[in-house]
Design a binder for this molecule. Structure first.
Ligand SMILES: Nc1ncnc2c1ncn2[C@@H]1O[C@H](COP(=O)(O)OP(=O)(O)O)[C@@H](O)[C@H]1O
Ligand SMILES: [Mg+2]
Length: 257
């Protein structure tokens, strides 16, 4: 165990990073990178949001961290440990969960079966963890025998998050959990995301609902064309006129473009 009380002379105390991505080059096809040297730092127990236009490489970045897209250069470190080339099946060992943008539940299985699938590796603890998840997501508890496909969009995202939590992750990678949801469901899902940090979970979130994402997150990275553009405290970016113009529909909306 590391000692957290040891002062380091001459260095300011810094909260431990949950994840640090440095100069990442990654893509689906060799020699055709989508990410051209992306860097990002994710503080523990915080919500870090990635925004940017369609095709910016947001999903690719999340998938590269999850080991689903090959990395050709750069590093991914989790709490100081190099996890650059992990396989997707090693994510649980590293206490990482990934909630993809779509197809993140099995619609033709019941809600209970979905949860049981997610809990299959929690040997000896399945019942306790299942009870915890159902206490956390009471809307699912009364509907365990129903097909997951019968859930509303928002409830499907709750099920996807519950399934991600089954492995007790320290870090959850979430790709646009509010995509395609009605405004009320967007609010509910994003509020749930914030709630997760209260138990110490770290969230790296991709979001298209920029204003709400900035209101919810601690830190924000803006990507475009596979590169870092701007990053900063989410609250600062929310008040930044350049960001407002480009990403919050400022002038363009006023001009009706
Ligand atoms: N499976 C894939 N194979 C090849 N290229 C892909 C694949 N998925 C995405 N891309 C390309 O990668 C680029 C970034 O896509 P993506 O990371 O999905 O963007 P974002 O999530 O920011 O909208 C796009 O040009 C897209 O066409
Ligand atoms: Mg995407």
């Amino acid at each position: 165990m590391r000692s957290c009380a040891t002062p380091i002379w001459g260095r300011r105390w810094m909260p431990e990073l949950a994840l640090e991505v440095t100069d990442l080059v990654a893509g689906y096809v060799p020699d055709l990178p989508i990410l051209h040297g992306v860097s990002l730092k994710v503080q523990r127990s915080a919500v870090t949001v990635i925004i940017g236009p369609n095709g910016a490489g947001k999903s690719t970045l999340i998938k590269a961290i999850a080991g689903l897209v090959p990395v050709s250069q750069g590093t991914i470190r989790q709490a100081g440990e190099d996890i650059t080339h992990i396989r997707p099946d090693q994510m649980a060992t590293h206490h990482i969960a990934y909630v993809p943008q779509s197809d993140n539940i099995f619609r033709n299985l019941t809600i209970g079966q979905n949860l049981d699938l997610a809990l299959r590796r929690a040997k000896g603890e399945q019942a306790a963890r299942r009870a915890d998840l159902l206490a956390q997501f009471p809307a699912l508890a009364g509907r365990l025998a129903e097909k997951a496909g019968a859930l509303s969009g928002g409830q499907r995202q709750f099920l996807a998050v519950a399934m991600a939590l089954a492995t007790r992750p320290q870090l959850i990678l979430m790709d646009e959990p509010s995509a395609g949801l009605a405004p009320k469901a967007v609010q509910e899902v994003l509020a749930q995301v914030r709630q997760l940090t209260q138990t110490g979970t770290t969230i790296l979130l991709v979001e298209q609902n920029v204003t709400q994402a900035l209101a919810l997150a601690d830190h924000c990275y803006i990507l475009a064309e596979g590169r870092n553009q701007i990053d900063g405290k989410a609250a600062d970016l929310l008040g930044d006129p350049v960001v407002a113009d480009i990403y919050l529909g400022g002038k363009r909306m006023r001009a009706g473009a």
